[in-house]
Design a protein around this ligand. Structure first.
Ligand SMILES: CC(C)(COP(=O)(O)OP(=O)(O)OC[C@H]1O[C@@H](n2cnc3c(N)ncnc32)[C@H](O)[C@@H]1OP(=O)(O)O)[C@@H](O)C(=O)NCCC(=O)NCCS
Length: 177
């Protein structure tokens, strides 16, 4: 019987590689966790019905979770249009914000649009949501216009939406084919 070779010192010091978070399709079974994040992240959160309607309609909806963990880091929901993907909800759980997950989710959204042959991603964002607007600009979205009084706000007021779009260049479409 051969004896097993003992591990070398450098092997003992080896750390397992950090596993990256993973994306998968959102399902109804995720909605308790999704809603817990949603109400933390927004003053005017989506209702559970907004999510179930989106899933029933077959919108593109995915969750980001830690590798080997059920904890959700964030999610997005996007509605396919004729030529563009309309991003309806993009959220990173507040304790996990500022770690690059928002940009990771945006890369996934762009890839879902590209793989469907769409030329752009569209979204609306509250005019007062400076952080989200900055994140979108950093990613390459451009501000195209304003929808007056689009969102409900506190004290029966309304808030404007800024319409932004991200063009998916033909080069990017070809490069990833
Ligand atoms: C907006 C949101 C999705 C961003 O997610 P996030 O994981 O915190 O963002 P990231 O860590 O990927 O940061 C994005 C990058 O954008 C850039 N950025 C962020 N804020 C910026 C600012 N004020 N100015 C310039 N660039 C900025 C930076 O490059 C940043 O990376 P860094 O933190 O390493 O510098 C997240 O804050 C969120 O869920 N907010 C609440 C819900 C919401 O408002 N969603 C959008 C609705 S339209």
């Amino acid at each position: 019987m051969s004896r097993a070779t003992p591990p070398q010192p450098e092997q003992l010091c080896e750390q397992p590689p950090a596993r990256a978070p993973e994306l998968r399709a959102m399902t109804v079974a995720d909605l308790d966790h999704v809603m817990a994040i949603e109400v933390q992240a927004y003053g005017h959160p989506w209702s559970r019905g907004n999510f179930t309607d989106s899933l029933a309609a077959g919108y593109v909806a995915e969750v980001l979770h830690g590798a080997g963990s059920q904890e959700l880091l964030g999610y997005f929901v996007a509605m396919p249009g004729a030529q563009e993907l309309h991003l309806l909800n993009l959220t990173v759980a507040p304790p996990h914000q500022h770690h690059g997950w928002g940009l990771l989710l945006l890369r996934a959204v762009r890839e879902r649009a590209r793989s469907r042959g769409m030329g752009a991603v569209w979204l609306e964002v509250r005019a007062g949501n400076e952080r989200a607007r900055a994140v979108y600009r950093t990613f390459g979205f451009a501000e195209r216009g304003t929808r007056r009084g689009y969102y409900p706000a506190f004290a029966s007021r309304r808030e404007d939406a800024i319409v932004m779009d991200l063009e998916i260049s033909p080069e990017l479409q070809r490069a990833a084919d």
